[in-house]
Write a new protein. Structure first.
Length: 98
């Protein structure tokens, strides 16, 4: 197989994955309560996080950090009022370990 054929095969394989849905997890902060405090949580309780509202949030695919952003509320269109993330930094999304 010549290199042109191999390149075409690689492009077809990559193209097949461009339509696969993935889940991105947005981490807004962490809480570290004592077990006794956790057991006392009830509706209306407030759980204090280690971040402030204006701090950057982290975006993950699986356990891989893919970027950072800020929380916003969409103010136009059909998504008005929807919580969203404005990307501030996007990590190199090449192969893991590369």
């Amino acid at each position: 197989m010549d290199s042109l054929s191999q390149n075409a095969d690689v492009r077809k394989t990559k193209a097949a994955f461009t339509h696969v849905l993935i889940e991105i997890m947005v981490s807004v902060g962490r809480a570290r309560p004592l077990v006794r405090d956790l057991l006392q949580l009830e509706e209306g309780s407030v759980l204090l996080l280690d971040k402030r509202v204006e701090d950057l949030v982290e975006l993950y695919v699986g356990d891989r950090l893919i970027g950072m952003g800020v929380l916003e509320i969409a103010d136009t269109g059909e998504q008005q009022g929807q919580l969203c993330v404005r990307l501030i930094d996007v990590n190199d999304l090449g192969p893991a370990g590369a």
